[in-house]
Design a protein around this ligand. Structure first.
Ligand code: NAD
Length: 486
């Protein structure tokens, strides 16, 4: 999402909006001189205001992080692990209130918000269990050479709006556990839950170690250019990722880029389409399709094509769409108006092309950014829905006759986040999946991640990895220590 308009408020006429949010800078909760509105996507109206960081306040946060770095770097790994354990416990203890706030600002069903908070907690603990060991590269009569890893300094973390807590927790824990200090900026669409968590974590980390600040896209630009920040961990769109990379070049910052995807699922001729349809549906439509690694294209063998289309359409018709706070709702609204308009544009293009709409396709009137789960068949491969990252609840099902052709079409994209192959024969599927040009290839599953398994994109879906030892090393500088003996 590009620049969003950020209204400046002096405070007048906003008594009905929640304002109990503050930046965390140098261990203190800091209010804003200016504020911006946060909209509940289920109603389309603002329900809260977040403080808007000034440039001087960003400098303060970066300076605080720099000051805190030497002492935090010097703490024992066990101490940092314990702090992350306390952070995870705080997330768990406050899960109910945090989940409700997350649903209010993000839109996802309450149960999924709870899952996001608890996943952030368990992944955090899992990451802080990983040991980054020194490596002995050479040890002989002449020389002893070791490779060690050291923290980089101040890490700027920039997150998107689709899973703000989970996507903050990964880089946050990676940075803090490896001995860096942090300035974290959530998306202006969903800053509130992140700010609340920061306030709860005040007692866990020493002042300056964790700073959390809110503001528009421009704040992200300031961070990527800031000479006091050593690394940027960015999660967001490909387009913005390229801008971040260009801006980091000015100060030769390190960066990890976790960007968009257009994941293909290839469904082979030997699967039971009825058995696989609920799994494919969930992996495509959870969080209303607003997941980087959601299935965004389904390639089905011609022998099962119609039956799979029918079964997916039935899943879509059964799924309950509504406010995330209502019991029994499976799909919430699209998170923001810009994304909602983009998905409507893709739907209009899809119908104009004459594709077959099997379910959904009619956007309801009324408030909120609701869009029904929409399954599309017989669509042109070159249409927007197939080529772009739709990031919404509309998914195309495409037919193939030959596996090699399916693989070629799945790989025929600049995206390369992840993908999956579905078959009654996992070995057969694995052979095909290994040739997907992606960071993660799944077999008979999609969207399965863990704290110890590196995740990230090939091609334009990113650079570097999060999670696992590989992910943690992205927050560290390798240093060779070479001793000449005798
Ligand atoms: P976005 O790129 O618009 O914004 C992401 C963040 O970057 C926000 O905090 C925003 O304020 C900030 N930002 C915007 N312009 C900036 C700039 N020029 N410099 C620095 N920061 C800037 O993305 P979004 O719309 O919030 O998120 C959706 C996208 O994120 C999708 O493409 C999705 O696939 C991707 N995503 C990727 C992953 C992954 O792990 N690969 C995970 C989740 C989402």
């Amino acid at each position: 999402m590009n620049a969003q308009s950020v209204p400046n408020h002096s405070g007048a006429g906003t008594a009905q909006l929640r304002t109990d949010f503050a930046h965390l800078i140098d261990g203190e909760l800091v209010s804003g001189k200016e504020w911006f509105d946060v909209v509940n996507p289920a109603t389309g109206t603002a329900f809260a205001r977040a403080p808007l960081l000034s440039r001087a306040q960003l400098d303060r946060a970066v300076m605080a992080a720099r000051r805190a770095f030497p002492a935090w770097r010097a703490t024992a790994v066990a101490e940092r692990r314990a702090a992350i354990g306390r952070m995870a416990q705080i997330l768990t203890d406050n899960a109910a209130a945090l989940a409700e706030l997350l649903t209010l600002e993000q839109g996802k069903p309450l149960g999924q918000s709870r899952d996001e908070i608890s996943r952030a907690a368990t992944q955090s603990v899992g990451m802080a269990d990983i040991v980054i060991a020194d490596e002995l590269l050479e040890d002989n009569a002449q020389r002893r050479i070791e490779l060690r890893h050291f923290p980089l300094g101040v890490v700027g973390i920039i997150t998107p709006w689709n899973a703000p807590i989970n996507l903050a927790a990964g880089p946050l824990v990676a940075a803090l556990y490896t001995g860096n200090t942090v300035v974290l900026k959530p998306s202006p669409y969903t800053p509130l839950c992140t700010l609340k968590i920061a306030a709860l974590l005040r007692e866990v980390f020493p002042p300056g170690v964790l700073n959390v600040v809110a503001g528009p896209d421009e704040l992200g630009e300031w961070m990527t250019a800031h000479p006091g920040i050593d690394k940027i961990s960015f999660t967001g769109s490909v387009q913005t990722g390229k801008q971040v990379m260009a801006s980091c070049a000015g100060t030769l910052k390190r960066f990890t880029l976790e960007l968009g995807g257009n994941d293909a699922a290839i469904v082979l001729d030997d699967v039971d389409p009825r058995a696989v349809a609920p799994k494919l549906f969930f992996a495509a439509f959870v969080n209303s399709g607003q997941v980087c690694m959601a299935i965004k294209r389904i390639y089905a063998h011609e022998s099962i094509y119609e039956e799979l289309c029918t079964a997916l359409a039935e899943e879509a018709t059964k799924a309950r769409l509504g406010s995330g706070l209502e019991a029994g709702v499976q799909l919430g609204p699209i998170q923001n108006k810009e994304q909602y308009d983009k998905v409507i544009g893709i739907l209009n293009d899809t119908t104009a092309q004459g594709a077959r709409i099997l379910a959904g396709g009619r956007v309801p009137d009324g408030p909120g950014y609701f869009f029904p789960p929409t399954v599309v068949a017989d669509i042109d491969e070159h249409s927007r829905l197939v080529q772009e990252e739709q990031f919404g609840p509309i998914v195309p099902v495409l037919k193939f006759a030959d596996e090699e052709d399916a693989l070629r079409r799945a790989n025929d994209t600049r995206f390369g986040l992840s993908g999956s192959v579905w078959s009654a024969d996992p070995e057969r599927a694995a052979r095909l999946a290994a040739r997907l040009e992606v960071g993660t290839a799944w077999i008979n599953q999609h969207r399965t991640t863990s704290a110890t398994v590196p995740f990230g994109g090939a091609k334009e879906s990113g650079m570097g990895r999060q999670y696992g030892a590989l992910g943690l090393k992205g927050y560290m500088e390798p240093r060779v220590i070479s001793v000449l003996k005798g």
